[in-house]
Structure formats: structure tokens, C-alpha cells
Design a protein around this ligand. Structure first.
Ligand code: BG6
Ligand code: MG
Length: 213
């Protein structure tokens, strides 16, 4: 019986994975660097600067560290502009009901996102007070696929990792959950999350999760 559920944010609770893609696409187009949705699948769950490094692999130009920070910041400005207009209407199907059901059953819930914008997004969605614990991305040394962020979340809600369920839309995130010794649930793109213990289209049907509690 599981006692804690740890949610990724971007692409699980809300469709900010699409905004991250659009912001990177805008930057890549400006740089004349080839970038598409297939490459983007590998950026899911990956930090801002590491994502930029992956994108720049398609460029033959040299970028100094300073230029890279400038470009990463530019993408973030595009992204921040996109999330400004978010409201609770932008929650993905089933999320509100699932959270309510988990709380009613006394299950602890946490958010494990590497995004430095996670708190802004959660507050625009009206969820900033909802979770028992939100991982502070600034305090995480090793990003996904390292299990650190999920282990930190389990510690934050005081539930043993093996009694936690992690929900992710990224390949790196599923690997992180599996390495943390938790039960992994993948949502979204099937090819991306096929390493999960359970793969769902989205969270609109809560039963497969509630059955694990
Ligand atoms: C993850 C996203 O949640 O956060 C990645 O899946 C993103 O696409 C990462 O790069 C970092 O986000 P931010 O907001 O700090 O640039
Ligand atoms: Mg995600």
C-alpha cells in the first residue's frame, strides 16, 4: 500500500511542457539551429542549461559560457511571458479530482520539478497551498535522471521511498523515480515514458492510481 504521491509539474499537472517547447523553438529559430518535437522529447525533465546544451549540438558555431547563459535567460524570458496568463483552467484533465481524492484518503502529496519557475506556475494554477511539500529546485545538486529530487520529496513528506508513487511525463523523470525505488507512472508520449511501471494516457481516470493505495 502506497502512502505518498510525488508529481512532476511540467507536462503532468499542466501543459507547460508545450510552453517550454515553444520557447526553445523560438530561440532555436532565431539562432538558425534545427530543433523539432522529437529532439524536444529528450529535453523534458532536463534543466534549462542542459537543455540548451542539447539544442546547441545541432549548431556548428562555438558559444562561450557567457553566451550560453544569455541564451538560456532569453528562453526563460519567452517562457515567463507564456506562463503569465495561466489560470486554474490550465490544469490537465483529472488533476483536481485526483488531488482531492488523495487528500481525502490521507495520502501525502509533493511536487518534484527541476523548474525554477515551478512556484510561479503552481501559484497561477491556484495550487501553491495544496501540496504537503514542494521541492526547492535550487537545493537539488543532481537533476533527473538522478533520483535525488524524488528522494528529497519523499523525505519532505516523510514517507519511505518504496511507499511512494512518482508521476512523470519525461524519460529522465521515469528513470529518476525507478532509481529512487518508487513505483513509476508515466503519462503523455508513450515512447518517452515506456520505462514506467504503469503507463497512462493522462490522469483523467484516477482508478489505476487509487488501486495502489
Ligand atoms: C522541467 C521541464 O520541468 O523544468 C524542462 O520539463 C525544463 O523542460 C526544466 O527545462 C527547467 O525549467 P526552468 O523553468 O527552470 O527553465
Ligand atoms: Mg515534466
Amino acid at each position: 500500500k502506497h502512502k505518498g504521491v510525488i508529481f512532476d509539474l511540467d507536462g503532468v499537472i499542466t501543459d507547460t511542457a508545450e510552453y517550454h517547447y515553444l520557447a526553445w523553438k523560438k530561440l532555436a529559430d532565431e539562432l538558425n539551429v534545427y530543433f523539432d518535437r522529437e529532439i524536444n522529447e529528450n529535453l523534458k525533465g532536463i534543466s534549462r542549461i542542459e537543455s540548451l546544451e542539447i539544442i546547441l549540438k545541432k549548431s556548428d558555431k562555438f558559444f562561450s559560457e557567457e553566451e550560453k547563459y544569455y541564451l538560456a535567460d532569453k528562453k526563460n524570458e519567452y517562457y515567463k511571458e507564456m506562463i503569465k496568463r495561466m489560470t486554474p483552467k490550465d490544469l490537465l484533465p483529472g488533476v483536481v479530482d485526483l488531488i482531492k481524492e488523495l487528500k481525502d484518503r490521507g495520502i501525502k502529496i509533493a511536487v518534484a520539478s527541476v523548474s525554477k519557475n515551478a512556484k510561479t506556475v503552481l501559484s497561477n494554477l491556484g495550487l501553491i497551498e495544496t501540496f504537503d511539500y514542494i521541492v526547492d529546485a535550487e537545493k537539488i545538486k543532481n537533476g533527473k535522471p538522478d533520483p535525488e529530487i524524488f528522494l528529497n520529496a519523499a523525505y519532505g513528506i516523510d514517507v519511505e521511498p518504496k511507499l511512494c508513487i512518482g508521476i512523470e511525463d519525461s524519460k529522465a523523470g521515469i528513470e529518476a523515480i525507478n532509481r529512487a525505488g518508487m513505483l513509476s507512472i508515466g503519462v503523455g508520449n508513450y515512447e518517452t515514458v515506456k520505462g514506467a511501471d504503469i503507463v497512462l494516457k493522462d490522469l483523467s481516470d484516477p482508478l489505476p492510481i487509487l488501486n495502489l493505495l
